[in-house]
Design a protein around this ligand. Structure first.
Ligand code: HEM
Length: 152
């Protein structure tokens, strides 16, 4: 019994090792650039490399846009479209590897930064709004005061 348990654990470990190895295949931008053909289309999004060849016909945004980006870093246009969470999950199945460390951009945290700048904007507008009420009260008090002065 104990021996079987040990064997099971080992199997799980082996599977994880295989998954990790296939995920961490590293490419240079130059290598990716060679795959810019309708029969072989790779793109880079946020330092990950995707082989979108089987996805060209299925892409809801059309194959043209993917072919245009073939072999290049499409992180910006990908984010500009505002792809859904579904789209982001979908792209995982086309991932074939990552860029080599030296050629990565610092854009994997881009989403976090966007979120925080969004929060900052909100903070700014709410601090601006917090000034509006005292100013409005001040103006109102002046008007009421003037009204009483002129009335008496
Ligand atoms: C593996 C990568 C990609 C996947 C899995 C993917 C998936 C999708 C999905 C599921 C949609 C439907 C809308 C949504 O759910 O967000 C979509 C729309 C679209 N995608 Fe992509 N996409 C990928 C890469 C790209 C790239 C690189 C571009 C480059 C410009 C692009 C441009 C568009 C456009 C223009 C639309 C249509 C948006 C609309 O009709 O409002 N996609 N994509």
């Amino acid at each position: 019994m104990a021996t079987k348990d040990v064997k099971d654990v080992k199997d799980v470990k082996d599977d994880t090792a295989v998954a990790a190895a296939s995920e961490s295949k590293l490419y240079t931008r130059a290598e990716v650039a060679k795959h810019a053909d309708p029969k072989d289309t790779w793109i880079i999004i946020h330092n990950n490399v995707y082989d979108v060849t089987p996805f060209l016909n299925e892409h809801p945004g059309g194959e043209e846009v993917l072919l245009e980006q073939g072999g290049t870093d499409a992180s910006e246009p990908f984010e500009d479209i505002g792809h859904s969470t579904d789209a982001r999950q979908m792209m995982e199945s086309y991932k074939i590897g990552e860029l080599i460390e030296e050629e990565r951009t610092g854009d994997s945290g881009k989403k976090d930064r966007d979120w925080s700048s969004g929060t900052n904007d909100e903070d700014n507008s709410s601090s601006w709004r917090s000034w509006l009420i005292p100013i409005a009260l001040g103006v109102l008090a002046t008007l009421v005061y003037r009204y009483f002065i002129s009335a008496h």
